[in-house]
Design a protein around this ligand. Structure first.
Ligand SMILES: [Zn+2]
Length: 291
């Protein structure tokens, strides 16, 4: 059974595999991290968990409806559509297939690092991204606290990269699944044991590393922007090993919004269009990067 898109024949099993694998990993990772941070919380939350999950879950559903309604395709669907592109850079055998797959995962992660950096550098984008940072706490549900405009822009940039590079479909699926798992893992209100933190942080973004990015200190918000791999932060000098106040003393959130009102769904949707909050200015990028 096959379907058509842009004149390209799309084997339906790919779409089914993607959908099943994505939602299975989504639920399993959320549950796994939720159990981990329930038994070994890094810090006490200021708002009850069920209220946070309910509000953030509602925002996520709004984002999903808008995104699906607008694009009507998934990254894997996109990759299948552009697999035969004459202009693609990663669908030609100039590199062995395994090498092109590895390069795909790296390139798509670099796209996420770059777009995240743009959110912290361009005034309007920062206002949109403030919704993610104005969470008064930091836990697994913070991962889905994203404004619909950000979801639309992220998907657009991701789709554009897939269209330009025409990467192997399987690699796009792997990158998508890895990003899904990493998103929940990186926002865990929990810490890895000391013996695991250092070696793991050299390969993937850990919760202790990403939590620094959610500090209320503006200079620290410009650090640790990576999604899956920590290498881009090290390469482009945005890596920070520890917050100035230490992991236990660090305060998450955005100054001026560290209250329960910032958990309102209507508030989160309106936030990019509100007056600039106290402490919500863009950091001086050059100063932050040079520190
Ligand atoms: Zn950010």
């Amino acid at each position: 059974m096959e379907s058509q898109n842009r004149g390209v024949t799309i084997p339906v099993p790919w779409i089914r595999i993607e959908s099943f694998a994505y939602w299975f990993l989504f639920a399993a990772t959320f549950l796994g991290v939720a159990i981990w941070e329930s038994f070994r919380p890094k810090r006490d939350l200021s708002v009850p968990t069920e209220r946070r999950w309910g509000r953030h879950g509602t925002l996520m559903m709004i984002c999903s409806v808008i995104s699906v309604g607008l694009y009507r395709v998934s990254p894997v669907f996109m990759a299948v559509s552009f697999a035969g592109s004459r202009f693609g850079l990663l669908n030609k055998p100039w590199l062995p297939f395994a090498g092109r797959c590895a390069l795909t995962v790296l390139v798509l992660d670099l796209v996420k690092y770059t777009t995240h950096r743009a959110y912290h550098s361009v005034p309007f984008l920062w206002r949109v991204h403030q919704v993610h940072h104005s969470d008064p706490d930091f836990d697994v549900s913070t991962a889905v606290r994203v404004h619909p405009i950000e979801v639309i822009l992220n998907q657009g940039a991701y789709f554009a990269a897939i269209a330009i590079f025409a990467p192997p479909v399987i690699a796009v699926l792997v990158a998508e699944l890895a990003s899904c798992v990493q998103s929940f893992f990186g926002h865990a209100n929990a810490s890895l044991p000391g013996w695991a933190e250092k070696p793991l942080r050299s390969m993937i973004v850990t919760p202790d590393m990403h939590r620094i990015h959610h500090s209320e200190e503006v200079g620290e918000q410009y650090r640790n922007l990576g999604d899956i791999f920590p290498w881009w932060d090290r390469l482009f000098r945005t890596y920070l090993a520890a917050p100035a106040a230490g992991q236990d003393g660090m305060i998450p959130g955005l100054k001026g919004f560290q209250n329960e009102a910032s958990l309102g769904v209507a508030f989160m949707l309106r936030q990019p269009f509100l007056p600039e909050p106290q402490g919500g200015d863009l950091p001086d990028v050059r100063v932050a990067a040079a520190r």
